[in-house]
Design a binder for this molecule. Structure first.
Ligand SMILES: C[S@@+](CC[C@H](N)C(=O)[O-])C[C@H]1O[C@@H](n2cnc3c(N)ncnc32)[C@H](O)[C@@H]1O
Length: 216
């Protein structure tokens, strides 16, 4: 991520109906209402910065009894990921185009989430970009608040300094238990990676630092 620029996005099919899979902040029910978004109440996992949506697609297809909400601040990536979910006809995954910090601080109630996933979140890894980083004090406290008992936070990055700093932040600001070690799995096929960024890092022989935390 530090050294590799992002490739241009492929065009999506303009005929796809994204109304079920792409939501804006002002379209979300307030207070939160899972049935209004997913048509049911099921254990909910949130991915922060869902990018091109590989995790959402794989996880939603693998675990149909759970719902997956991707949060993506960049309109073109939110659109791309939603198109991917719509194309696969996945009814248990939705992308919200908004700032994850706002979603957690203003909408998600305490104890709601089965898991929070944050993969390669910060294109802003330099010190002067501190303010833009999603994994800040307030946000990690919000993650701890919104996780259900037994829920987990997954945090992966390729930037060692950020990994160490975020682990320290979580230990200082939250009661989450961890870091639990997460082993690297050999990929079985071209898309057998947690996210596109994990794929890029591994194919480029770059390190990936992974941690999981649990709410007791
Ligand atoms: C480096 S990309 C990684 C994308 C994906 N997680 C992956 O691993 O392939 C980080 C993504 O997080 C998004 N992002 C950054 N800050 C965000 C925020 N506050 N709320 C929602 N998305 C955010 C960016 O727009 C970008 O798409």
């Amino acid at each position: 991520m530090k050294v590799m620029a992002r490739r241009a996005l492929r065009k999506t099919d303009p005929a796809l109906d994204l109304s079920r899979h792409l939501k804006r902040w002002d379209e979300l029910p307030k207070p939160w209402d899972a049935a209004a978004v997913f048509g049911r109440a099921a254990p909910l996992e949130v991915e922060v910065g869902s990018g091109k949506g590989l995790f959402l697609q794989t996880a939603a297809a693998a675990i149909p009894e759970r719902d997956f909400l991707g949060v993506e601040i960049a309109a073109k990536y939110a659109h791309f990921a939603a198109a991917r979910l719509a194309k696969q006809g996945l009814g248990n995954a939705v992308v919200v185009h908004c700032d994850a910090q706002r979603l957690f601080a203003e909408l998600l109630p305490a104890g709601l989430l089965a898991a929070v996933h944050v993969y390669f979140p910060d294109p802003w890894w330099k010190k002067r970009h501190h303010k833009r980083r999603v994994m800040n004090e307030r946000f990690v406290r919000d993650v701890a608040r919104t996780l259900a008992a037994g829920g987990s936070l997954h945090f992966w990055t390729d930037v060692r300094e950020r990994f160490d700093a975020v682990l320290e932040l979580i230990a200082r600001e939250t009661p989450l238990v961890g870091p639990l070690e997460v082993a690297e799995r050999p990929a079985q096929n071209q898309l057998d990676y947690r996210t596109h960024f994990e794929r890029r890092m591994r194919l480029g022989a770059m390190p990936v630092y992974r941690a999981e935390f649990r709410k007791s």
